[in-house]
Design a protein around this ligand. Structure first.
Ligand code: ATP
Ligand code: FE
Ligand code: MG
Length: 368
């Protein structure tokens, strides 16, 4: 069985062909990151145009590199939710004409489910396991109970940690910093933080009084912005000209984000343990999303999992970010369980907003 996976939910056009063991036969990825970096954020119509310009080539490249023709494919799996409407539309439109032309089954994919399950392509991980997804667009904790059965324990109430780090990096003009050329905001912060002293700045960790597993990062960004404003005023310089303590600010901001993520994850672990939701044998925390490639954040999480007796799994960075591989893998898992192939492609639509699984409050209410 061979599955072609197609991803266009945000700013990467990705395609990959996988066999049912999870071997990647070939893949292709076109990132729009540089274009959006220059614009200071994703402009949806620009993302849409770039997806349109690249999708046929990316899919063809993935097929060529796999040595596979459309005829050999068992099914096509494509991200249909959640994401930017204009971006999702391009992938779905392309995929539907492709499956109609080649008469292939179509499997719509939930982008966040795909992130959560990618680890199973790399190693044997049994359900249930705890997942932390931290990226530029998301921040959530969920219990994965099956390939399409997730219990949402918490999510961000405002922005995602990658977004926060990107905004801080932009406020500090790190894009112009000689050491940070071509790096994302989060990568720039991680690099500079290594040379900084986080104790030079003190930012409060959010939501100390919230006894749940939700996240909030906007307050961190406000505190960091205020500290930057104050310094710039003290030094009598224009916004974005700060050089003296950029490393210290990066270190303190990264520490506050890491510590918030760790505290919420700790709560989720204790909650799952108290309710017997995790297996006694080898309970596991899987961490994914672009922010999961941050070494400082990983180490902070390692302390949490070590003290609570969990195994910590972080897939390599290339599998933590958006690509066609994770979408194809989700298609493989669905095929194996006989789930998700649509009977009428006419009825398939994309959904910009789509929560991952059942919300914990719904679950508690229904159980009562
Ligand atoms: P989503 O996948 O949720 O739609 P996205 O495409 O923006 O969002 P990813 O591609 O998974 O997210 O990751 C990109 C984000 O990860 C950016 O915000 C970037 O700053 C952040 N990031 C990447 N590397 C690091 C790092 N080393 N430390 C912290 N953040 C990082
Ligand atoms: Fe993603
Ligand atoms: Mg992305």
């Amino acid at each position: 069985r061979l599955v072609l996976g197609i991803e266009t939910s945000c700013d990467e056009t990705g395609a990959a062909v996988l066999d049912e063991t999870g071997t990647i036969l070939g893949q292709s990825l076109h990132s729009q990151k540089e274009v959006h970096l220059k614009a200071g954020g994703i402009v949806p119509p620009v993302a849409q145009r770039l997806h349109k310009e690249n999708i046929s080539r990316v899919v063809q490249e993935a097929l060529d590199r796999s040595g596979v023709t459309p005829r050999d494919l068992t099914a096509v799996a494509t991200t249909v939710k959640p994401g930017l409407a204009l971006s999702l539309g391009v992938g779905l439109h392309f995929s539907l004409s492709f499956v109609r032309q080649h008469e292939k089954p179509f499997i719509p994919i939930h982008h966040m489910e795909a992130h959560a399950l990618t680890v199973r392509m790399l190693q044997h991980v049994e359900f249930p396991f705890l997942v932390l997804l931290v990226s530029g667009g998301h921040s959530l904790l969920a219990l994965a109970r099956g390939i399409d059965d997730f219990l949402l324990l918490g999510q961000t109430l405002d922005e995602a940690p990658g977004d926060t780090l990107d905004k801080v990096a932009r406020r500090l003009s790190l894009i112009k910093h000689p050491k940070c050329r071509g790096l994302s905001g989060g990568q720039a912060i991680e690099l500079l933080a290594k040379e900084g002293d986080r104790l030079q700045f003190q930012f409060r960790s959010p939501m100390g009084q919230h006894y749940d597993c939700n996240f909030s990062f906007a307050g961190v960004r406000n505190q960091v912005t205020m500290a930057i404003n104050k310094r710039e005023k003290q030094e009598g310089i224009e916004p974005g000209q700060l050089l003296s303590c950029v490393q210290d600010i990066a270190a303190a901001a990264q520490h506050t984000v890491a510590s918030h993520i760790a505290k919420r994850t700790h709560r989720a672990i204790l909650f799952c343990k108290a309710r017997g939701l995790l297996p006694r044998n080898n309970p596991t925390l899987v961490v994914s999303g672009g922010v999961a490639s941050n070494g400082y954040i990983r180490e902070t999480l390692r302390i949490v999992t070590e003290t609570t007796g969990l195994q910590l799994l972080c897939p390599p960075a290339e599998f933590c970010t958006d690509n066609g591989v994770m979408i194809a893998w989700n298609g493989v898992e669905r095929l194996k369980e006989g789930k998700g192939v649509v009977s009428h492609t006419r009825e398939v639509t994309y959904e910009p907003k789509a929560p991952l699984g059942r919300d914990i409050s719904t679950e508690v209410r229904d159980a009562a």
